[in-house]
Design a protein. Structure first.
Ligand code: GLN
Ligand code: ZN
Length: 757
C-alpha cells in the first residue's frame, strides 16, 4: 500500500456540473432531486478517480452543495432565529442565499484564499443539536462503491473561531456544547466500520492564537481521542505553520497531524518533538493551492529532511491543503502553449504527483511508465529554469539596476501644482471607473473574441460606448470623467492578456463561493509590457471632452493577488515586475496627456499574511511595488488609487506611505465612523469616501447623500474630500446609475451652496 493521504478534493466538477445543477434548481427549472443526483455522480466520479490514482486515505464529507462551514452549521443545528421555520434544503440554501424576506448569513473569505465560507451565527438561543445525516450518508455512499473513506469534519476551535455571536458573547463559551455533539457524532460513526480515520480541519491553528484559545485544544482533543479505540484522529492545519497548537496536540492521544510544508515551512521546527511523541506526520509537501508542477528533486530533498526525524511508518505524503483551491484537470486545456502547460498541475494531475512521490519517498519500485514520468519531471524542472519564454534576461537586468524609486516631489508640493493645473473644486465629483456593462458591450466583446467581428468593428462599438459614457457624465455634471471600461471583462484579466508572462486557461475554474467560480490568470514567466495597454481608450475618451478624463489601471498587488503566481521566484519579485510594466503605462498615459491616473488596488489587503510577524515584510514589498508602478508620474500628474475596503485602521500607515494623491474607498455603509482613522493619523492626501453603496440596486436620494457628505465634512476638511460612489458601476443598470449620479451631483451643489451661504 502506498502511503499517502488526501486532505480534500474540488467538488464543482470537471465541467462545473455542480454549478449548473444548483443554478437550474434555483431558477426552478429542475428539482432538488436533480441536484442530489448530480452531486452523487460527482462524488462517485471523484472517489473513483482518487482510488484509481492510488490515494490511500480518500476523504468523504469534503463534498458540499455550497460550503463545508455551512454544512457544519447544519450538523450542529446552528440556525439563526429568522430561519427557524424552514427545514431541509430550503433552510440550507436560505442560510447561504437569503430568502425574499430574510437576509442570508454573512459570507467571508476563507483565510488568505479566494474561497468564501458562510459565517455561522451564534446566539444565546442557539439550540445545539446533532444532525449527522450528511456525514454518515457520504461515508455509506462511498462504502457502497467499495471505497472506505477518511471522514472530514470541521474542527471545533476553527468552527467557533470563525463564527460570530449576535449577542456579542464570547463564541468559545459554546465549546462544551459543540464538544458534546462531536462526541455523540463520533459514537455514531464508530458503528459504521472498523478502523475509522477522522480528520478535524483546524486551519485556525495557523493564526496567532491567544493563550485562552490554545488552552482549549488539549481538553477537546483528549476527549475526542478517547471516544473509541476504533477511531484514529487526524488534526489538519494548512496555509501556515501551526507550531503552538501542534505542541499541545503532541500531548494528546491524536493519531496524526497533517501539516503544510509549503506555506508553513516553520512546521519543520517541531520535527524533533513530533518524533519524540511518535505521532504520524501527514506531510503536505505538494502545493495544494497553486497550479505549478512539483519539482520532484526538491520534494525528495524536503522529504529527506522530514525523514531524518520521522520514521517511514509514521509518514504519509500529502498536499499542503485541500485541492479545493485548484482547477480540476489540465487535460482539457488544448489551447495553452505547450511549454506553459508542461509546468502546470491541477487537481487530477496532483493526485498523480502524490502517488509518484510516495513511491519515490518510500523506495518502492517504479514501473517503466513511472520511471519515464520522473525523468520527464526532471527535464521540465530544468527547462523552467532556462526557458527563454519564462526568463527574460533583459528585464532581469533592468530590475536589478533599479534603485529605490520614488516619484519626484513631496505631496505638499505636488498637490499645489496639481490643483493649479486641474483647477477642480473642493468636493470634486468623480466615479471609480467602470460604467454598466450592457448586453451589447458583452456581445461585442464575445463576438470579437470568437473572431465573428473585425477588430475595427469591435473598436467602433467600444468607442461608441465611451462616447455615450462621456456625454452622459458631462450631462449629469460630473467633474472628473472616466472612459467607463467597456473593453474590460475583468480588471485583472484585461491587463494579464496584454502582458508577457501571463497565460489564460479555458476551463481552469475554481470555486469562489457556492456555485460561483473564478478563472484566475496564470503568471508563469517574467512579466513585461510589449506595448501600451490603455492609452488609446483613454485618449479617445479625452478627445470627446474638455473635462478631465482619469486614466484607469489595475495595480501590481491586485494583479498579483488575483492570479495564480509562479512558485519558482518570490511573489515580491513578480509583483515588482508587474509594477515596472505598469510604470511604463503610467508614463505613456501622461505623455499622451492623461494626467490624472487611477491605479486600483482593490485586493491590496487580501494578500496580508496570516501571521503577524510576516506582515511587515508583505507591506514593505507591496508598498514598494505600488510606488514603483507610479514612480514615473510627474509632479503635475495626479495619482489616484481605489481600495474596496472600509476598514483601514490596521493598515492606515501603509496607506499613507503609498502616497497616492487621492484615494477613493468604500466607507459608504458606516456614516463617517470608519473615516475617523484618517483624521486621527493626520492623513494629508485627498480622500474620496464612497457616498453611496453600489452593491445594491437602490438609488440613494439627494437628501441622503447631502447628509452623508455633511458627515464626512465633520471628519475631514472639504479641501481634502472628493465625492464619488463607493466602487465601480459595472454591475449596475444604467437606469440606476443615471439617477444615482444625478442625485450625487445635486447633493454636492447643495452642500457647496450651504458652505458659501
Ligand atoms: N476601476 C474598477 C471599476 O470601477 C475598480 C473595481 C474594483 O475596485 N473592484 O470597476
Ligand atoms: Zn472597489
Amino acid at each position: 500500500m502506498s502511503k499517502n493521504y488526501l486532505i480534500g478534493f474540488p467538488r464543482i466538477g470537471e465541467n462545473r456540473e455542480l454549478k449548473r445543477a444548483l443554478e437550474s434548481y434555483w431558477a426552478n427549472e429542475t428539482t432538488y432531486n436533480d441536484v442530489l443526483e448530480a452531486a452523487s455522480s460527482l462524488k462517485e466520479k471523484h472517489w473513483k478517480e482518487q482510488n484509481a490514482a492510488g490515494i490511500c486515505y480518500i476523504p468523504s464529507n469534503d463534498f458540499s452543495l455550497y460550503d463545508n462551514i455551512l454544512d457544519t452549521s447544519i450538523l450542529l443545528n446552528v440556525i439563526p432565529k429568522r430561519f427557524e421555520n424552514l427545514e431541509n434544503e430550503e433552510l440550507y440554501f436560505a442560510l447561504a442565499r437569503g430568502t425574499k424576506e430574510e437576509q442570508a448569513c454573512e459570507m467571508t473569505k476563507w483565510f488568505n484564499t479566494n474561497y468564501h465560507y458562510i459565517v455561522p451565527e451564534l446566539s444565546k438561543d442557539t439550540n445545539f443539536k446533532l444532525n449527522s445525516k450528511k456525514v454518515v450518508d457520504e461515508f455509506k455512499e462511498a462504502k457502497a462503491l467499495g471505497i472506505k473513506t477518511k471522514i472530514n469534519l470541521t474542527g471545533i476551535i476553527t468552527y467557533l473561531g470563525l463564527s460570530k455571536s449576535v449577542d456579542n458573547e464570547d463564541v468559545y463559551l459554546n465549546v462544551n456544547k459543540v464538544l458534546d455533539l462531536y462526541v455523540e457524532l463520533l459514537k455514531e460513526l464508530d458503528t459504521l466500520d472498523d478502523n475509522l480515520v477522522i480528520q478535524f480541519d483546524e486551519p485556525l491553528f495557523v493564526k496567532d492564537l491567544d493563550s485562552k484559545v490554545l488552552s482549549l485544544i488539549k481538553p477537546i482533543y483528549d476527549t475526542l481521542s478517547k471516544v473509541s479505540k476504533n477511531i484514529k484522529i487526524v488534526v489538519s492545519t494548512y496555509f501556515e505553520h501551526s507550531n503552538e497548537a501542534s505542541k499541545i496536540l503532541l500531548t494528546t492521544p491524536v493519531w496524526a497531524l497533517s501539516l503544510d510544508f509549503i506555506y508553513g515551512l516553520n512546521n519543520l521546527d517541531i520535527l524533533q518533538e513530533l518524533k519524540d511523541s511518535n505521532k504520524v506526520v501527514i506531510a503536505g509537501v505538494i502545493d495544494g493551492r497553486n497550479v505549478f508542477k512539483s519539482d520532484f528533486n526538491e520534494k525528495i530533498k524536503l522529504l529527506n529532511t522530514i525523514k531524518t526525524y520521522i520514521k517511514e511508518e509514521n509518514l504519509l505524503i500529502s498536499t499542503s491543503c485541500s485541492l479545493l483551491h485548484v482547477p480540476y484537470t489540465l487535460e482539457v486545456e488544448d489551447k495553452l502553449n505547450i511549454e506553459v502547460k508542461e509546468c502546470l498541475s491541477f487537481a487530477r494531475e496532483k493526485l498523480n504527483e502524490i502517488r509518484l512521490l510516495s513511491i519515490l519517498c518510500f523506495n518502492k519500485r517504479l514501473n517503466q511508465k513511472d520511471q519515464e514520468e520522473i525523468i520527464k519531471n526532471k527535464k521540465i524542472s530544468e527547462n523552467r529554469k532556462k526557458s527563454s519564454q519564462i526568463n527574460n534576461l533583459k528585464l532581469q537586468k533592468e530590475l536589478n539596476s533599479l534603485s529605490l524609486v520614488e516619484r519626484v516631489g513631496a505631496y505638499e508640493e505636488r498637490i499645489k501644482v496639481q490643483k493649479a493645473f486641474f483647477k477642480y473644486d473642493d468636493l470634486a465629483t468623480t466615479t471609480i471607473g467602470s460604467f454598466p456593462q450592457t448586453k451589447e458591450v458583452r456581445a461585442s466583446r464575445l463576438a470579437y473574441k470568437r473572431k465573428e467581428i473585425s477588430k475595427e468593428e469591435y473598436e467602433n462599438d467600444m468607442k461608441q460606448y465611451i462616447k455615450d459614457c462621456i456625454s452622459f457624465q458631462e450631462e449629469v455634471g460630473l467633474e472628473v470623467l472616466v472612459h467607463g471600461e467597456p473593453e474590460r471583462n475583468d480588471m485583472v484579466e484585461y491587463f494579464g492578456e496584454q502582458l508577457e508572462g501571463f497565460a489564460f486557461s479555458q476551463y481552469a475554474w475554481v470555486q469562489s463561493y457556492g456555485s460561483r467560480c473564478v478563472k484566475p490568470p496564470l503568471i508563469y514567466g517574467d512579466v513585461s509590457r510589449p506595448k501600451a495597454m490603455t492609452v488609446s481608450w483613454s485618449t479617445y475618451a479625452q478627445e470627446q471632452t474638455k473635462k478631465i478624463v482619469k486614466g484607469m489601471l489595475t495595480g501590481p498587488v491586485t494583479i498579483l493577488n488575483w492570479s495564480f503566481v509562479r512558485d519558482d521566484i518570490p511573489r515580491s519579485e513578480v509583483s515588482k515586475q508587474i509594477a515596472l510594466a505598469l510604470s511604463y503605462e503610467v508614463d505613456d498615459l501622461q505623455k499622451a496627456g492623461i494626467k490624472m491616473i487611477q491605479v486600483d488596488e482593490a485586493a491590496f489587503k487580501e494578500g496580508y499574511p496570516l501571521r503577524v510577524k510576516n506582515i511587515k515584510e508583505y507591506e514593505s514589498w507591496a508598498l514598494k511595488s505600488f510606488k514603483l508602478s507610479v514612480s514615473k508620474a510627474h509632479k503635475d500628474t495626479q495619482i489616484h488609487t481605489h481600495m474596496c475596503y472600509s476598514q483601514f485602521n490596521d493598515i492606515i500607515t501603509t496607506i499613507e506611505e503609498m502616497d497616492a494623491d487621492v484615494i477613493t474607498i468604500e466607507t459608504s455603509r458606516s456614516g463617517n465612523k470608519l473615516l475617523q482613522i484618517f483624521k486621527e493619523v493626520g492623513y494629508k492626501q485627498e480622500v474620496g469616501p464612497g457616498v453611496y453603496d453600489i452593491h445594491s440596486p437602490r438609488v440613494p436620494s439627494v437628501e441622503e447623500i447631502v447628509k452623508q457628505i455633511n458627515l464626512l465634512k465633520e471628519v475631514l476638511p472639504v479641501t481634502q474630500l472628493w465625492i464619488n460612489p463607493d466602487c465601480g458601476l459595472k454591475t449596475r443598470k444604467w437606469k440606476e446609475v443615471k439617477e444615482s449620479l444625478k442625485n450625487l451631483v445635486e447633493a454636492v451643489s447643495i452642500v457647496r451652496a450651504q458652505k458659501s451661504a
